[in-house]
Ligand binder design. Structure first.
Ligand code: NI
Length: 162
């Protein structure tokens, strides 16, 4: 495994519509391993292949419950709405308020080539929507309500007071 360079906003890879994966080759498996390592090293909850310069429909997510690898994902159901701060590894240190569905059901191919469905609420639903947008060349900044602001880092030391 190796980490890959995360492309930042302004890189044209982040504006492209990505191609579907037609076969899970060793190269795709390597990409997935590298994306997971890159996401964990950057303390992100999700990463899409175009963020590491690969224009393929692959997403990794981990909101703290373990890794989810989604190949050719699509949202097949959504409901409700949630509004909250969202950030992106391609726009480090920044965040902005975005409204997303509160529930989504997504269908995708997993690493073994099996068709799989997942349901997500709240943060998971938000992460799925955010990462799938990347596969179509969209960044959350296009959906921000109000200003993009500096991210508030939650320092463990400060949490002791609560
Ligand atoms: Ni992002």
């Amino acid at each position: 495994m190796a980490t890959r360079e995360i492309r930042v906003m302004g890189d044209e890879c982040l504006t492209k519509v990505c191609r579907p994966v037609t076969e899970i080759t060793p190269r795709i498996e390597q990409l997935i391993e590298d994306m997971l390592e890159t996401m964990y090293e950057a303390n992100g909850v999700g990463l899409a292949a175009p963020q590491v310069g690969v224009l393929r429909r692959v997403v990794v997510i981990d909101i703290g419950d373990g890794p989810i690898v989604m190949i050719n994902p699509e949202i097949i159901e959504e409901s409700g709405s949630q509004t909250g701060d969202e950030g992106c590894l391609s726009l480090p240190g920044k965040a902005g308020q975005v409204t997303r569905p509160n529930y989504v059901k997504a269908r995708f191919t997993d690493v073994d080539g099996e068709l799989y469905e997942i349901e997500g609420e709240e943060l998971l639903a938000r992460a799925i929507c955010h990462e799938l947008d990347h596969l179509d060349g969209h960044m959350y900044v296009e959906k921000v309500e109000g200003e993009i602001h500096d991210m508030q880092y939650a320092e463990p030391e400060e949490e002791v007071e609560e």
